[in-house]
Write a protein that binds this ligand. Structure first.
Ligand code: NAI
Length: 339
């Protein structure tokens, strides 16, 4: 559950007022795109997180209402809404973690890459502001196409002289969440006990769940593994089609985004052995960015973990995803340097 009363060792689990103890460190979280389909439930979930002391909700419009609403919830964090570019600096100042679900979502028939033209520019301008106002924050990039927006962010930060590869994350947690849910169903395992690493990137075949490493183990046939793999890769599209023009995953994405931000906060706070999959700068393959298990710590990425043993099916999937992932990465880098 993400609503832990206290995730910090040695901190009493419930304080007198029923909130997380005041001795958890002060942490400011900023959500950029907070009035959107993901942004609103994500803001709610971050308001429920006792590790957050200040919550800044930013969007081009609509955030005063979201902030007023969320601020009435009787949990630890103080909430403030910021609307319009002239308030972006204030929203970012002092942030420890910045979560970015800003930008347009898919409609039926669209790939994540179809969003590039609009979202690349949004991400670039938001990251320019992050470099200026909170260069040390951990950045959780949700805006699609993640395979390109993370490289764009890296280039923007490099140009500003603030790039730290340990602090930039593409959020792929929803792929893990889906893989866990679908696997639990097929393996008849308790979903709360299930773990599945998902590596590669965050679009179509670049999403590579490693069901051979799933726990608890189950004896699934090759056909079942293949079906699970496809369903995980197409999970986003399943939602886009069901929503029939009204956008893509928002509620499950907010959940996944909240899980990942919570892991970042725990890492910052020195909680040991916090491991999540994320799309980060990487030496795991020859690609400059790659999603794999990452150990989180006080400076962000503490260690990028390797792939472990792969089956032949997974090895084939890995080789198949590399050209697409590389071209999405290069597209992002090119955009950032041309504009
Ligand atoms: P939405 O359209 O409901 O909300 C987007 C919000 O971003 C809007 O409130 C809009 O005003 C805001 N926005 C636009 N330009 C902005 C700017 N310059 N600064 C700040 N805010 C700005 O879209 P939704 O459904 O919330 O999706 C957001 C993004 O998340 C999309 O790019 C979508 O593809 C992506 N996504 C990523 C997933 C992942 O697994 N990483 C999963 C699902 C969606």
């Amino acid at each position: 559950s993400i609503v832990r009363r206290s995730s910090v060792p040695g901190v009493s689990s419930v304080s007198r007022r029923g909130f997380a103890s005041g001795s958890a460190p002060e942490r400011k979280v900023a959500v950029l795109g907070a009035a959107g389909g993901i942004g609103q439930p994500l803001s709610l979930l971050m308001k429920l997180n006792p590790l957050v002391s200040r919550l800044a909700l930013y969007d081009i419009a609509g955030t005063p209402g979201v902030a007023a609403d969320v601020s009435h919830i009787n949990t630890r964090s103080e909430v403030a809404g910021f609307a319009g570019e002239e308030q972006l600096g204030q929203a970012l100042e002092g942030a420890d973690v910045v979560i970015i679900p800003a930008g347009v979502p898919r409609k039926p028939g669209m790939t994540r890459d179809d969003l590039f033209n609009i979202n690349a520019g949004i991400v670039k301008s938001l990251c320019t502001a992050i470099a200026k106002y909170c260069p040390h924050a951990l950045v959780n990039m949700i805006s699609n196409p993640v395979n390109s927006t993370v490289p764009i962010a890296a280039e923007v930060f490099k140009k500003a002289g603030t790039y730290d590869e340990k602090r930039l994350f593409g959020v792929t947690t929803l792929d893990v969440v889906r893989a866990k849910t679908f696997y639990a169903g097929k393996a008849r395992a308790n979903v709360a006990d299930v773990n599945v690493p998902v590596v590669g990137g965050h679009a179509g075949i670049t999403i590579l769940p490693l069901f051979s490493q799933a726990t608890p183990t189950a004896n699934l046939s090759d056909e079942e593994i293949e079906a699970l793999t496809k369903r995980t890769q197409d999970g986003g599209t399943e939602v886009v089609e069901a929503k029939a023009g009204k956008g893509s995953a928002t509620l499950s994405m907010a959940y996944a985004g909240a899980i990942f931000a919570d892991a970042c906060l725990k890492g910052l706070n020195g909680v040991p052995d916090v491991v999540e999959c994320s799309f980060v700068q990487s030496n795991v393959t020859e690609l400059p960015f790659f999603a794999s298990k990452v150990r989180l710590g006080k400076n962000g990425v503490e260690e990028v973990l390797g792939l472990g043993q792969l089956t032949d099916y997974e090895k084939k999937g890995l080789e198949a995803l590399k050209p697409e992932l590389l071209s999405s990465i290069e597209k992002g880098i090119k955009f950032a340097n041309a504009n």
